[in-house]
Write a protein that binds this ligand. Sequence first.
Ligand SMILES: [Zn+2]
Length: 871
Amino acid sequence: MRYLLTFWICLTLIGGYCFAVSAQEAAQLATQEAAAKKKKEFEDFSKVTEDSKSYQGFFRLYEKKENLYCEIQPSQLDKPFLCMMSLSRGLGRGYLISGMTLNEWLLVWKRVGDRVHLVRKNVRFRADKGTPTGQAVDYSYSDSVLFSLKIESIHPQRRSLLVNIAPVFMSDLPPLASSIGGGARFDKTRSTWGTIKGFPKNVELRVKAVYAANSSMDTVPDSRGIQLTLHYSLSQLPSNNYQPRLADDRLGHFMTVVKDYSLLTSDAPYVRYINRWHLEKADKKAELSPPKDPIIFYIEKTVPHRFRPYIRQGILEWNKAFEKAGFVDAIEARIQQDYEDWDPEDARYNTIRWVVDAGFAIGPSRVNPLTGQILDADILISDGFIRSWQREYTTYFEELDHEHDHPIDDASRFQCQMASGLARQMGFMASVLQARGVLGEDGELPEEFIGQALKSLTMHEVGHTLGLRHNFKASTIHSLDDLNKKSDEALLGSVMEYDAVNIAPEGKKQGDYYTTTIGPWDYWVVEYAYKSIGGSSPEAELPELQKIAARVATPGLTYGTDGDASAYQSRDLDPLVNRWDLGSDPLDFAKQRREIVVELWDKIADKVTKEGMGYQRVRRAFGSLLGEHGYSMYLASRYIGGQYHHRDHRGDENGRLPFVPVPAAKQREALEFIKAHALSDKAFDFPPDLLNSLAITRWSDWGSSSGSSTRLDYPVHSAILNHQNRILGRLLHPNVLSRVQDTELKFPNGEDAFTLPELFSGITDAVWTELDRNVGEKQWSNTDAFISSFRRALQREHLKRLIKLVLDADSGTPEDARSLARHHLGQINSQIQGVLQNAQGRLDDYSLAHLEESQVRVTKALDASFQVQKR
Ligand SMILES: [Zn+2]
């Protein structure tokens, strides 16, 4: 309407002069009129932005009601910029947790007529420009046009274009709907803008997004209105003389990977650049020089004063590695002063932030997806890791269970579970210290312990922001004994490990709880990434880089990462690559941990509570101990069918072949350990008073609640069975069975091998020991049963698994394993038959019923398998 009115006034004015002018003038006026009409295709800039709230930054933004107008400068058209998407507030389930980075895209504005297209650049494929291959790549892999936005106005002087970007961000941009599940869809009408901030190099947008789903979800009160806060960070790409550096698979850097079709001669046309900061020596000729621009980390003013020194030490520790790579003071740690009010989201500042009660620490960074240059990093540490050990204990198995079905080989630089694991370690440590009488009545952990844990966590997260991946093999460089003899020395090959807390056996000298300094692997990977080589192109640097990488077989540089430790389909074949272990021999660690657990098992009821206290601490400590016990069995199970894995290249100094099977004697030792302590019921002979002390919290309010627990008492049978079942599942997994059989061929001639029959017999013997006993030796009763309740449950599970192998084996199971399972079912059946015949009324009801039922199930399964085979 306003547009028409303006036009009408315009015509009237022109009309007023019309009769007095010549034909030529009339023609001129007509042209001007046409121009005015043309100009009016766009609304006045000031009109559109009138009454809006404006934000000055990398893009100038105008917020007006539900609209957000973005002013695109002419110089910003056709120029890629970075868009990072993360969840400020998640759902607390799956990967939709607060702080997670979701995606990182390269976007570009393109003017097409009277519209502006928002295009997502294809960064994965490329070829030399101007060549036929380059053209072919352009044709084959196009960019994606995400949105076409109407130009609302053009600034009369700046010539900048004004577009409404609300449709872009008020949408399922990341996209999340499928991750939420339950048929969720983005609801534009209920979603609103959160905070909007502008900075010289970036703008930060928050959207309080509402999704509507059909099915209910346990972490959301009503799934018809799921609230998430999405954070979008739009930032400038740098223009400098950064030279990408080629990656090497012997070391562990995060990478930026592109497929380059110009590289016809290569095995695979992929170019892999490591992610790293742009560091240049101030004095190019000096052996040791400060960088032109150091990497500055700001410790945000919200970090409690008490913890700042540890965080500062954790940041600066990395300078030792940079010095070896030729840089002095490469990293600075500054503390944001109380009067400084810059925003931590400003891309010009790398920050360590302290967030309350979220239970995580992450170290995301912004990276140029074309070159791998790291542009900015912000580390979030939650105070939750220091406090959450006091809560109900969660076990490692939740992570392992999730992982079993989800590959994490490409674990991104955004995923780090260090802090949550650290919280569990603290829970365990607190139980140990309480039981040993070291911890005060208030349950506060020693300052030294918290300081070392926080420094270690900071070194780890800063390591990620420097471009380093996890190294889960790094804890194997020293023996357990040696760890307690060291002081202020590296306990690990790398701080990029998830290391278990170092606990000395009772009565022995306690060394550092956590490593206090970076390890040899950290020096090595920093040298590779940051040493000034001065080649004229990435390829020209290769000879020098190869020399560094060829040191891979040097002791201390051992490496295995997320994909190597992933429980996905039991593919984790190297038993030395573990999260949350310590020492050169994880089986030794497992044994020592089990001993500590057993040492505490009987003491905790008395030691962790004092007069006047509730019993909840006992339950927490018990859960913590049971979790450690189960994990130590899992560590041992990884030796079965295990192979040590090396990344050496042919010709590396002291180079090794990629696979070395775990010696048969070691596999046997691991199986014996599991038989004695996971499959035997002696391990779980808890005093009744302990089981009767395992109380759940009786508060029922928003501060604490027994919540989703279906039982107030402790579900002891199902907890033990869960642990045992995981071990059985691991030992009989198709991949493990196949590996055991395959490794039989990998031992040198004449060397002893660990075989599938040995594995099957070992398990059957351990699970069914009662069948060898003399059932007639006494009269059994229901409270003193021939086969205990733990054992009956375990035997049922074992039968289930053998029957599944015979009737419905998972794909990939070796045929020999099926035959062996059938053989063992037959053997168990005849032994049961023998026991039932000899029992002569002396069996208790439980054992009798259990054995009769087992017999029926085995007989039916064997018959069915015969039928299946006949067909
Ligand atoms: Zn990590």
